[in-house]
Design a protein around this ligand. Sequence first.
Ligand SMILES: [Zn+2]
Length: 528
Amino acid sequence: MAYRWETSDSVWLEDDESGQFELASSQGLSRIEWQAQARTRLPDVAQLLGASLPAGCAHAAIYPEGFAYCPECGAALRVCAAAQRLPAWWGPSSAPLPVNEAPLPRHAPHGLPLTALPLAASLETRPPEPQVGQAELKIPAPPNAVCVFAAADFGFAAQRLLALAYTRNVLQYWDPAAMRWHVMTCEDHLADLSFSASAYAWLPAHAEARRGEVGLVPSGQGLVRLLINPVSESFHTEVVLSARLASAPGMVGRRIACLIAAAGGVRLWTADAQGADGETLEIAAELAGYAALTRPTVFSTEADVIPDPDADGAVPAGGWSRPLSYDGKLMWLHAQGHLVWRPGSAPQWLPWPAGWTPRLQFGGPARSRDGRLWQIGHDGQAYSFSELGVAQAQQRELDGARLGFGTLLFRRGHQVKNEPWDVEDVEDQTRNEALVLPLLENVSSTRSQPTGLVLRMERPPAMAEDALGGAVIQRTLIEWVGQRNVILDEAVRLSHPADCQPFVYDNCLWLHHPGWNEIRGWHLKALP
Ligand SMILES: [Zn+2]
């Protein structure tokens, strides 16, 4: 015999002999595996639901939401209510964040590693360089270490961290009470969260999303909505678009879009923010004299046969960058060109200038003071910036490689502060030997100088391409660049530095590298 308790979100059963409570159902959650899963994680589950835990007695191991006293003896309980709502983290996403989540200003490109969270105010209170700091917190790296991170409450009472290993179809959940990662099981065996055709990006769930909804993610089935059940450590998906995806999805205005590999070639699919009202658009090829874009008129009816871009100049079916939303346009970059779409018009494929190859690994597009975006590349003689989004792109010659994106750019060890092609700002000659790779730009309305998190590689190979491409860097400083520079930590024998991923979770800045056993963290005080 069990008593039934109903709270605003959940139904609990109380065993009348043992006095123990069991969660029977909760809003938005699929099946509840109480005995098998949840019972072993009661501190985590209580925080997720905002339920109560025993404090002065042992009559039950968990109590329903809203219970302040033990019904058996009247002892006060520990009510697990979140002290403050923490800002969400989605990494570089082209979707705008809601007003209460520190959205980027309109003039900032969306889809680059930019954040408007007030990181500088806290990080710059530490002792400045040349003092070398240390990580203040460490948590184990997820078992499947090549992943993207999202931190949000997903409609629950507490913020949680997810690590999606998108090359392995593994969704990992950080249990902060147990200090360990759990692999979430898939409720429908057909779901396949792997996506490796292009760089990975997702679209966070909108503000009115259901409890447990994570967002729209690219997958083996196409574009799917991902929903988690953190009580049972499981997830399921709902297919929004069944197609072979050529790129990750992006968002511009109120439209979402992604590139799909259709039988006749690559198309752009777009829909409203909920995935309804979908349409598929042909891609207009810009015949700027750079590349022949006419294709043989032999079409295959087999879905798997995608025209080979190298052979005939067609739009590539993979290898795209994360989408970028800027100035009312959505943009994907590729080694062979870029694709630009403004809702209401035909998407345009713009090949790069003849003989010019982009250096996508250097970071991402840079923004000049007049608001235009530029991609760095090389014409065989020298580096240069090529203007993005227009057929007749302007070029800006450079005297050397610049690493970074947005307005956070470096030439070797020195910051480039005005225009992306300007001469670097040399404050310290001893830094000529170093190579700085920006990881995260901190956008702020009160700062005139670009600020953010960088890696300062000491004595790297002469070519930036080699330093980023697998060479082992003996010593790398993890550094905050701002009104004062702070060395947060150092790393030894680092390779593939661009694989470093910063994220903000639980009032801390974290830095993950797939080659590290631990994720390094630094406290952020007084985040809103
Ligand atoms: Zn009691």
